[in-house]
Design a protein around this ligand. Structure first.
Ligand code: LLP
Length: 401
């Protein structure tokens, strides 16, 4: 089915996912984990980070292709269970959760990761004799495509700094909580040119782990594996494996009890598998600038307006001549622009617009802002197309009142 027919059948705009690409990216992660694990002589677990895309049907595939999972809310946890993940394969890496939520997740045998002493204390008041994981902020610079997604350093809300580890240990002792693992997430999206920064963050972190903690069995290095939205050069997993092998093995003497390394890749797994199709609703030239108005608003894809993020955009048209244009959505905010100064085919109204690499933090960050409802999601497997999430309807929203 071509793009125009997909939109006719499922409505515009539409999220489309490609089965083969998803499978390939999962396989990349599985073999990365295996390669690093074999070299280190440690177990390496790859937990897909649900926040990137929580579509149940995709989670089922991600499980089938061999990944474990990371959840950070009750809904994400329920989705993981529904997709068939066992408690042993689920990590709960949360931030500022209520005691009700702790109680609920704590009923299950799930490794929870806390990132403040007060959360550890709240948990300890409910459950004793448990293994937990602690998120550390090494205070060194993180890595990420925008300051908004860098999660270590002095400005971030995440993690416990080394200065407070002694108070943390007192609280753990009081409630008989055993720190089984230590967690780090430096930020989201690094590519080869930032591997040095990533590795230096990992080194700072491992220094803290070996200096301040004893008997640590798990080291969790979080996510961040990047995707090049300009579509030029892929992250070299071989290089990353080499560099991680080097740095982790240099700490093996200090971390005598270490059994397992965990990672939580989100973007890498789903990003390239997904794209958005939409429709050109208007075309104008004002102040010497062409504006292509589409139905892919910031409610459908928030990343460009939130982070100035770049996504490749293509106009699918029978026309031939090209223009330099700004491509925007249909929401009443000036930041509702998908891309500026793009060299694209000059569209006719009704032509299809395609936004690439939207599988991660696309639908999961979508909203119904200004009453523009969330689109449907479909999964393409060869010629077969399956609806994997219905498009939101006005009646769905009305149910809440
Ligand atoms: N683990 C933790 C604790 C995280 O906070 C995150 C992402 C991940 C794993 C997965 O990171 P990834 O492998 O996807 O880089 N909305 C932003 C990205 C925010 C990332 C939040 N945390 C964006 O659209 O770029």
């Amino acid at each position: 089915m071509n793009e125009m027919n997909l939109l006719k059948k499922y409505g515009s705009p539409l999220y489309v996912y490609d089965y083969d690409v998803l499978k390939e990216r999962c396989m990349d992660m599985v073999s990365f984990g295996k390669g690093l694990g074999d070299r280190l002589g440690l177990k390496v677990s790859m937990h897909y980070s649900t926040k990137a895309n929580g579509n149940l049907r995709l989670l089922e595939l991600i499980k089938k292709f061999g990944l474990k999972i990371d959840s950070m809310s009750l809904l994400e946890y329920n989705l993981a269970k529904e997709a068939g993940f066992s408690n042993q394969d689920i990590l709960y890496v949360c931030n500022n959760i209520s005691t009700d939520e702790m109680r609920e997740i704590g009923k299950e045998d799930i490794l929870m990761c806390f990132d403040s002493i007060s959360q550890v204390e709240s948990f300890g008041k409910i459950y004793n004799n448990r293994d937990i994981m602690i998120r550390i902020n090494p205070n060194s610079n993180g890595v990420g495509h925008s300051s908004k997604v860098i999660t270590t350093g002095k400005e971030t809300k995440f993690g416990i700094t080394p200065y407070n580890v002694s108070s943390l240990k007192e609280v753990c002792k009081k409630y008989n909580l055993n720190i089984k693992g230590i967690h780090l997430h430096l930020g989201s999206l690094f590519l080869d040119n930032k591997i040095d920064d990533y590795i230096s963050g990992v080194r700072d972190f491992l220094e803290i782990v070996s200096e301040y903690f004893e008997n640590i069995k798990i080291v969790d290095l979080g996510g961040g594996f990047g995707v090049d939205y300009q579509r030029n050069k892929r992250l070299s997993l071989a290089l990353l494996e080499d560099r991680l092998y080097e740095v982790i093995s240099s700490f093996k003497g200090d971390l005598k009890y270490l059994e397992e390394i965990k990672f939580e890749p989100g973007r890498y797994v789903v990003c390239e598998a997904g794209y958005i199709l939409g429709t050109v609703n208007s075309l104008k030239k004002e102040n010497d600038i062409y504006w292509i108005g589409t139905d892919i608003g910031m409610n459908v894809l928030l990343r460009p307006s939130m982070y100035d993020a770049y996504h490749e955009i293509e106009i699918l048209s029978l026309n031939k001549n090209r223009i330099i244009a700004n491509i925007c959505g249909n929401i009443c905010e000036s930041c509702d622009v998908l891309g500026r100064k793009r060299d694209v085919i000059c569209p006719s109204l009704g032509d299809v617009v395609k936004v690439y690499d939207a599988g991660a933090y696309g639908y999961s960050m979508a909203s119904s802002y200004t009453g523009r409802l969330r689109p449907a999601e479909v999964l393409k497997h060869g010629e077969d197309v399956k609806l994997i999430r219905k498009k939101e309807e006005i009646s769905d929203v009305m149910r809440y009142f």
